[in-house]
Write a protein that binds this ligand. Structure first.
Ligand SMILES: NC(=O)c1ccc[n+]([C@@H]2O[C@H](COP(=O)([O-])OP(=O)(O)OC[C@H]3O[C@@H](n4cnc5c(N)ncnc54)[C@H](OP(=O)(O)O)[C@@H]3O)[C@@H](O)[C@H]2O)c1
Length: 276
């Protein structure tokens, strides 16, 4: 597995996503992921599983310094004092002194980005996170956040899979020296029925999930964070570093993108997505 250089940090190209994993399942699957070899875990305040993710890290035999841990601040805590309190609460629940990457979960028109980024800079200066970054930021807001950040942004985490082109946003993200972290990298499981991906998978003796994840991490500056509640699939999704897709196969998967491919859209109406 390779790391993706992103701002001042290096992020393992494949992480374990934990959205919708709660309670015992969240703890069990995070522990299983660490056991399998994942060293990058993605959670968020809004996922209501930081306590279980933290318990899994504590129970694992993996040293804290060897894990790249990301959490996110939900949009209702973007005011200056509230953001700091929110991060303190996340650290307490996770049972760690710091996270590796702290993200603003979605862009928001109010409070002003200036105020929120000042709070993010402050939290980073306190040592509560190694890097700060954003999630679901279209390129205009991304550039603004990058200009307000005291250190280079650590990522822009956005929806990205074969059915949604992120060409323009990926270029804008590279321009500021950050990685693009792909959420819903498996299009929430929809890739299993895809004939094009299926054919490529058969040619490599791999599954549709593995080919899709390989397609993502084989792109310059892209990180992927698939989620599963099954140990066998966590293992399957991790097993993507022993084969390579050809340029033609990469292009065939890129060609699956379509204008209706977006699966999750909670963008503040004050902002607009980049054209594909
Ligand atoms: N920043 C944001 O706003 C945001 C938004 C959404 C997600 N995320 C992050 O991104 C992570 C991943 O996104 P996601 O959870 O939406 O979707 P995803 O990873 O694209 O898909 C998860 C779904 O695919 C299935 N699956 C997993 N591995 C598979 C495989 N190898 N073959 C076939 N199906 C497979 C899972 O089912 P089983 O569980 O039954 O295996 C689950 O239903 C999240 O967990 C979260 O950490 C961030």
């Amino acid at each position: 597995m390779h790391d993706v250089k992103s701002g001042d940090v290096a992020i393992p190209a494949l992480g374990f996503g934990t959205w919708q994993l709660e309670g015992d399942v969240a703890k069990h699957m995070t522990e299983a992921a660490l056991q399998i070899g994942y060293r990058h875990i993605d959670t968020a305040q809004i996922y209501k599983n930081e306590r279980e993710v933290g318990a899994a890290i504590a129970a694992s035999k993996v040293a804290r310094k060897d894990i790249f841990l990301t959490t996110k601040v939900w949009v209702d805590r973007f005011g200056k004092d509230d953001l700091q309190a929110s991060v303190e609460e996340s650290l307490e629940r996770l049972g760690v002194d710091y996270v590796d990457l702290l993200l603003l979960h979605w862009p928001k028109a109010s409070p002003a980005l200036e105020e929120t980024m000042e709070a993010m800079n402050d939290v980073q200066a306190r040592g509560w996170t190694r890097a700060i970054g954003v999630s679901n930021f279209p390129s205009g807001q991304l550039k603004k956040a990058a200009a307000l950040a005291a250190t280079p942004l650590g990522t822009n985490q956005v929806e990205y899979h074969p059915y949604l082109s992120q060409k323009a946003l990926l270029a804008a993200t590279k321009d500021i020296g950050a990685s693009l972290t792909a959420w819903s990298p498996l299009a929430q499981g929809k890739i299993v029925d895809d004939a094009v991906i299926g054919e490529i998978a058969r040619a490599h003796g791999k599954t549709a999930g593995q080919v899709t994840l390989r397609w993502l991490v084989q792109q310059d500056g892209v990180v992927a964070i698939p989620r599963t509640q099954k140990e066998s699939r966590a293992r399957e999704n991790f097993d993507i570093f022993d084969f390579e897709l050809t340029a033609d196969e990469m292009a065939k998967i890129h060609a699956l993108a379509n204008p209706n491919g977006r699966l999750g859209d909670w963008l503040d109406p004050a902002f607009k997505w980049d054209a594909a």
